[in-house]
Unconditional design. Structure first.
Length: 398
């Protein structure tokens, strides 16, 4: 059964698996002497779990030590698995993923209300927990996150005094940048109490409370209109059942001459179902959208799409930087949680990187408006802003 599983999944690349009894099983004629990747399933219970449900059980086994990498790294394994992902027999799963208000807050707390010390260990100084923008290949993660914020600000066409809504404002970095460097009046909303407290503290330390306000509020409960609306790394948590509600809300809150930008992870091969391990342990209630799911909801809302950019490998590079930093601070993370948590997050970061580098994942940046004339005729304004001399970024060592 193990040999059949290997042969059915790994049709590209070489891997060997050591069974609990010590026997080695190979895919594609791999040999022990020169196979770059050898993994070990330590006990029969783990073996049977993996045979029954590999997508869930491999991650769980890596967390509890029942699945170990003897040669190569866990990233090497997950990259090979991602490359061969279409060979995995997919179980039918619901595509609805409803996220009413109560469930949304609970799902957000599962991931984003972890200790702030954890995120400080591996994110950039501004704690941007979303895809960076590597305008130059030799950028550090801090430089690439600054470039990401400037890139989004360019697409927003934000001007001093404009009212900006940030849906899913995280630790406040983008909102603070828009307020401090672009002179905007920003309202950020989040469902994470940990992020809310930190955002307000950062605004107070920088004297920006009057121009950067943060609320613990569901985006669906907002009133009034805004000149600009931005949402970064939040749409993945909306769920297909609420896509129309999301864009209807954006349309209702956006001024007639306004501009909105949504930055989200997406699947460029069409609608997909959730990875069961990610759904159970990392992002409950999350769902990666396809453009074919997004555009009908935008069209029905009355908004028009004025620009779409696909960032293909930027998130792979972002995740690589995060993973390397995370592993470098392993002992500190273990002191916050435990060894199983460390292995869970290593598996998550490595698997996500593999998904962008070898699988079907990308990042979509979608610009929208109500009036086709509010955005310049060509995209030169984005490139010009990216290449302009940057203003001084005050990222405090907070």
């Amino acid at each position: 059964m193990l040999q059949n599983l290997l042969s059915s999944i790994f049709r590209d690349g070489q891997i060997m698996v050591r069974a609990p009894n010590g026997a080695l099983y190979a895919a594609n004629g791999a040999r022990d002497a020169d196979c770059p990747l050898i993994v070990h399933i330590r006990d029969n219970k783990t073996l049977w779990r993996i045979l029954r449900h590999p997508e869930l059980a491999v991650g769980e086994a890596y967390m509890d030590g029942g699945f170990v990498v003897e040669r190569g790294t866990i990233y090497d394994f997950l990259a090979l698995a991602a490359r061969n992902g279409r060979n995995v027999k997919q179980r039918r799963r619901s595509m609805t993923h409803k996220n009413p208000r109560k469930a949304s807050r609970k799902n957000v707390a599962h991931h984003y209300d972890l200790s702030g010390d954890l995120y400080r260990l591996f994110l950039d100084a501004d704690r941007q927990y979303s895809c960076a923008y590597f305008a130059q290949p030799d950028m550090t993660i801090d430089e690439a996150q600054i470039a990401k914020k400037r890139h989004l600000a360019a697409k927003l066409l934000v001007e001093p005094g404009q009212k900006v809504l940030d849906i899913g404002s995280g630790w406040g970095g983008l909102a603070l940048t828009l307020a401090e460097e672009y002179g905007a009046d920003v309202t950020g909303v989040t469902l994470s109490t940990e992020q809310l407290e930190e955002s307000r503290m950062r605004a107070a330390r920088r004297g920006l409370q009057a121009r950067a306000r943060f609320d613990l509020r569901d985006y669906r409960d907002l009133q009034g209109t805004f000149d600009r609306i931005i949402s970064v790394g939040m749409f993945e948590h909306v769920g297909p059942a609420h896509y129309q509600e999301f864009f209807d809300t954006v349309a209702a809150r956006l001024d007639e001459k306004g501009v909105a930008v949504v930055h989200t992870i997406g699947n460029f091969r069409g609608p997909s179902r959730n990875n069961p391990w990610i759904e159970k342990y990392i992002f409950p209630g999350g769902m990666i959208p396809a453009l074919s799911q997004i555009t009908p909801a935008v069209e029905r809302s009355g908004l028009i799409i004025t620009d779409v950019e696909i960032l293909r490998l930027h998130y792979a590079e972002t995740l690589k930087a995060w993973r390397e930093r995370f592993v470098a601070h392993w002992d500190e993370v273990r002191a916050l949680y435990d060894e199983s948590f460390c292995r869970m997050w290593e598996f998550y970061l490595a698997g996500a990187e593999a998904g962008f580098r070898e699988g079907d994942l990308a990042v979509f940046q979608i610009q929208m408006a109500k009036d086709r004339n509010v955005v310049p005729l060509t995209r030169d304004y984005i490139t010009d802003a990216d290449r302009a001399e940057p203003t001084a970024h005050r990222i405090a060592a907070e």
